[in-house]
Design a protein around this ligand. Structure first.
Ligand code: KG4
Ligand code: ZN
Length: 473
């Protein structure tokens, strides 16, 4: 069963289980890329190395050119065609994107039903759901693009951060395709992809720029100085805003099948945002970090005091009960977003001190699909003479386009891994990075609260890239 939802220049499909397919592959574009980048050797990180080996001793791929079967020396940068695969959380997504920015296809299979049933992501269930649909999602992306694997230049896949059981499904699929077709592979940072997809839709968006990345698991304020070069201005010390939206929706008995965020956004339109007095988090902390755990508790207490029963779905609630729920939704949303506004104001100040040439604030990640969030942040940005760049909602929530595009950006500068062996054994140790910071923390933004939780964190993307560049020079 396939239903189609239109988007900017492509088609997204949300699909359910269908039979598996098999693949036959060849290579295209790699040789040309190697010629174009022959001055720079590739500096991506092996996807099949173990976490320990990688953190102890950073190693880089030595690209030994495989013999391309479809050699075409006329292929230019803008002829690259990359398949992107995303399975870091609860959406199985794939897309095919051309390096000129054309989205050839976009497919998302969401685990919304599981989410509604369990009220959150259960890793083992999510892994099973990814495994069931991954072949179909990828095949559908190729079919919609009117391509076969033989037309691809590379495969990009999310390697972190995220749930390792889920990441594994996407990485195995990417390696299977890349191995069979002799294609290079690019390991992508999920949060970098949320930020960089803005450069696909806004071609004027050059580095440096700022980004606020707001999703179910992350709340990040970054200064993007260059590709792979990020300064982390702020992050959450506990929960992300998307988690707060999802829990509030669950406790208010809303329909979670489209996830909690859209349900709260809709209900909040009926409510009085000033009616319930929630306090804005972290007022006393003059930094750019976030906290949503306390606001969640305030919401839960308000729900209890109004005797709202989440077992009664909102569709069956009395009109008075519905008004109470709408008031809580609206009041929660106002304060949750005020927290974003305050942190963005300060981050803009900090970022402009570091680099006064910044002109844009990108707002991306699932929560950035929210119209109220967009309009409030637009006010902040305009007040500071900056411009807001928000990808369309289908590119804010998890998707394969952002992974393919980020793969293209890194591939162009020679950061990729060589094709894995064909028929790689299933027990190969994969390089998955469940906890993987994007950049180094800005000195002023360092939070003591989080320093206790740094166990098993992978070196940041920025530090890995800097180390590789130093090694090369
Ligand atoms: O980026 P994303 O798709 O996945 C993660 O990387 O986490 O973000 C998912 C989050 C969920 O918490 C969802 O409730 C939230 O984004 N979200 C929204 C809206 N659409 C999705 N939150 C508020 N308003 C929305 N319209
Ligand atoms: Zn995401």
């Amino acid at each position: 069963m396939v239903s189609l939802v239109p988007t900017i220049s492509s088609t997204i499909s949300r699909l359910n289980l269908l039979p598996k397919s098999s693949f036959h592959y060849t290579l295209r574009g790699l040789r040309t890329l190697q010629l174009q980048h022959k001055q720079r050797s590739p500096v991506w990180f092996p996807l099949n190395s173990s976490f320990n080996r990688l953190s102890a001793n950073l190693s880089f791929s030595n690209f030994n050119s495989p013999k391309p079967r479809n050699e075409n020396p006329a292929i230019m940068d803008d002829d690259l065609v990359v398949l992107g695969i995303e399975t870091s959380c609860d959406d199985t997504a794939a897309a095919v994107v051309r390096s000129n920015g054309e989205i050839l296809s976009q497919v998302v299979s969401s685990q919304a039903d599981l989410l509604a049933q369990y009220g959150g992501v259960a890793p083992k269930m999510a892994e099973e759901a990814h495994s069931q649909v991954i072949d179909q999602v990828v095949q559908e992306a190729l079919d919609k693009a009117n391509l076969t694997e033989t037309d691809l230049s590379a495969v990009a896949v999310t390697i972190g951060p995220g749930l390792s059981l889920c990441l594994r499904v996407g990485v195995q699929k990417a390696r299977q395709i890349a191995g069979c077709c002799n294609l290079p592979i690019v390991g992508v940072h999920h949060m970098e992809a949320h930020a960089l997809v803005a450069r696909l839709i806004e071609r004027k968006l050059q580095f440096p720029f700022m980004a606020l990345l707001i999703s179910g698991g992350h709340n990040l304020l970054i200064l993007a100085r260059d590709l792979g070069q990020y300064i982390q201005l702020g992050t959450t010390i506990d929960d992300a805003i998307g988690e707060a939206y999802d829990k509030t929706a669950k406790w208010l008995g809303l329909d979670l099948r489209r996830s909690g965020g859209p349900a709260i956004e809709e209900l909040a339109r009926e409510g009085d945002a000033e009616s319930v007095k929630f306090s804005v988090p972290m007022k006393q902390h003059k930094d750019c970090n976030f906290s949503y755990a306390g606001l969640k508790t305030q919401v839960r207490l308000a729900i209890e005091s109004k005797k709202i029963n989440a077992e009664i779905p909102i569709s069956s609630a009395s009109s008075q009960d519905r008004i109470s729920r709408a008031d809580i939704a609206a009041s929660f949303q106002r304060v949750a977003v005020l927290h974003l506004e305050e942190r963005c104001e300060r981050a803009i100040e900090w970022a402009l001190k570091i680099d006064p040439s910044i002109k844009y604030l990108v707002v991306s990640g699932g929560v950035a699909s929210n119209q109220y969030v967009r309009s409030r942040l637009n006010q902040v940005v305009m007040k500071n003479d900056l411009q807001l760049v928000c990808p369309p909602p289908s590119l804010c929530t998890d998707n394969g386009v952002m992974i393919a595009w980020t793969g293209i950006e890194h591939f162009r500068v020679g950061r990729f891994d060589p094709p894995p062996p064909a028929n790689e054994p299933e027990d190969t140790v994969l390089d998955l990075r469940p906890r993987w910071p994007l950049g180094e923390e800005h000195a002023e933004g360092r939070s003591d609260a989080r320093s206790l939780r740094r166990a098993r964190i992978h070196p940041s993307l920025t530090s890995l890239i800097q180390a590789s560049m130093q090694q090369q020079s």
